[in-house]
Design a protein around this ligand. Structure first.
Ligand SMILES: C[S@@+](CC[C@H](N)C(=O)[O-])C[C@H]1O[C@@H](n2cnc3c(N)ncnc32)[C@H](O)[C@@H]1O
Length: 205
């Protein structure tokens, strides 16, 4: 079996980011949930497993000045950097596996759409939550989006773990308090529906 970096680098080398099943022309719900946190445009945000998502573009469009994107795949980040052109220089890029991420500084908001759900081993989930806790101080926010219960069981040919609010809460632990839960039916470029749950947490302890 390929390691995560090789798997994802191969995916982004073989396919246009416009064709992958997780492609969204607009990360509408993510932006709504970012707005719901009430953070200011100067506060630091990290999009974890951001891939070639347009979230970074839209955050910059919205005036956010301190945006970081982390992804295990160099090819994914290269897509986003090419698309952003000169604006890429104003973004902090981390080419890294999130389970080994030691944040160089604190972020006010952590966003993850469709990354945590790939962690099928408890040890990897624990490492992820450790990285999250290091990165986000009390008072900070985590927006987590994953396939919902009854949704797809695989993504990009990899098994995933499905989540509802209770399961996500248990995974993150009592330091994080669920503030909001939203469901979304994502329509893939191949016109398949995928059931997602979005969960907005506040770090309280
Ligand atoms: C399904 S895609 C979602 C991309 C993006 N969040 C979006 O909503 O369009 C999953 C992304 O997570 C990245 N990824 C997968 N496992 C990872 C890991 N362990 N650490 C960091 N990034 C990872 C992949 O390279 C890919 O870009």
């Amino acid at each position: 079996m390929k390691d995560a970096k090789t798997h994802w680098d191969d995916v982004y080398a073989a396919r246009s980011p416009l064709d992958v099943s997780w492609y969204q022309a607009e990360p509408r719900l993510s932006l709504e949930l970012v707005a719901a946190t009430g953070i200011s445009a100067a506060q630091p945000i990290i999009d974890v497993g951001g891939g070639a998502s347009l979230l970074v573009d839209r955050l910059l469009d919205g005036g956010f000045t301190d945006v970081a994107v982390l992804d295990v795949s160099r090819n994914a980040l290269a897509h986003a950097q090419r698309r952003l052109g000169a604006r890429a220089a104003s973004v902090e890029w981390h080419e890294q596996d999130v389970t080994r991420f030691v944040a160089p500084r604190r972020f006010t908001l952590w966003h993850d759409r469709a990354v945590f759900h790939f962690l099928t081993e408890a040890a990897d989930r624990e490492q992820y939550v450790r990285a999250l806790r290091r990165a986000i101080p009390v008072g900070g926010h985590a927006i987590m989006a994953a396939f919902g219960i009854g949704g797809p069981t695989q993504c990009s040919m990899l098994d995933i773990v499905q989540y509802d609010a209770e399961k996500m809460q248990a995974a993150l632990g009592h330091e994080f308090q669920l503030m909001e839960e939203r469901a979304e039916l994502h329509l893939t470029p191949a016109a398949k529906q995928q059931q997602f749950g979005f969960f907005r947490f506040l770090r309280v302890g």
